[in-house]
Design a protein around this ligand. Structure first.
Ligand SMILES: [Zn+2]
Length: 199
């Protein structure tokens, strides 16, 4: 499985293109991006799906463009629906097109592998991580030596603390963490060096 990272927009949100045998799915396309579209074209990838880790604008802004282009299925956490529906939390003026609302322990078949969704509330109510084997997309919950912001609407600092403790208990030390912003890390490193939540 190949994981390509694109850092998009002025918030430098990570969008991941995950591919294997010409099939691909996209995690958190936060902004419309020519680079993402060019990459898919260059490698002639068949886009199966989009996975949204949480509903914030800098993780969903490119969803509609990609869905219009590829007709792929979109998965997003039900508990963050408020950010993606037509509410005052949604700044786009249109509903983010989601096909499948997911929740804790849901399984999703992507590229012929079974990925599992875990609810990790805190940064947002509906924040999730997506796991398969030694791969963990952590959204804005866990970063390299940092954690998601909890000074924004509908966030909860006690909840994110518990969520990260849960992540530490669920996954092996060698699981690679692909966060919503910044460089990748692994569970072992964060357990030891994360200054906000230690194991
Ligand atoms: Zn966020």
């Amino acid at each position: 499985m190949e994981i390509m990272r694109f850092s998009l927009g002025n918030l430098k949100s990570n969008c991941y293109i995950v591919s294997e045998a010409k099939k691909t799915f996209i995690v958190d396309p936060g902004y419309e991006s020519e680079d993402v579209v060019k990459y898919i074209k260059k490698y002639n990838l068949d886009v199966e799906a989009i996975y949204i880790t949480h509903g914030h604008f800098d993780h969903v802004g490119g969803v509609k463009q990609l869905k219009d282009l590829y007709g792929c299925a979109v998965y997003a956490p039900i508990k963050d629906k408020i950010w993606m529906s037509k509410t005052t939390y949604n700044q786009f003026g249109y509903e983010i097109p989601v096909d499948h609302w997911v929740k804790d322990l849901d399984k999703i078949d992507l590229l012929g592998h079974t990925f599992t969704v875990y609810d990790t509330p805190g940064h947002s109510e509906g924040s999730t991580v997506l796991h398969y084997d030694s791969i963990l997309f952590s959204g804005d919950t866990l970063f390299f030596q940092s954690i998601g912001r909890t000074d924004i609407p509908l966030s909860d600092s006690m909840a994110i603390y518990k969520s990260i403790k849960r992540i530490y208990s669920l996954f092996n030390e060698d699981v690679i963490v692909y966060p919503g912003h910044g460089r990748a890390t692994d569970i072992g490193h964060e357990k030891k060096f994360n200054p906000f939540v230690k194991a």
